[in-house]
Design a binder for this molecule. Structure first.
Ligand code: ZN
Length: 59
């Protein structure tokens, strides 16, 4: 089952959403996006937040 994490859920005014079956990959993708698009480094704090914000994709 796919999972999703939106950049908006991370507190950004942004429509970027990543979907994958692997939570590790989702966090990696959002980390790359935050760095490239928002110049934000993923701290341990943000990583924990990202992990808590991953949701199952609704069909
Ligand atoms: Zn974004």
């Amino acid at each position: 089952m796919k999972k999703r994490l939106s950049c908006r859920a991370m507190g950004m005014n942004c429509d970027f959403v990543t979907r994958d079956e692997s939570e590790q990959k989702i966090v990696q993708t959002i980390a790359d996006h935050l760095k490239q698009s928002h110049k934000i480094e993923l701290t341990e704090d943000l990583r924990t937040r990202a992990n808590n914000l991953i949701r199952l994709e609704e069909a």
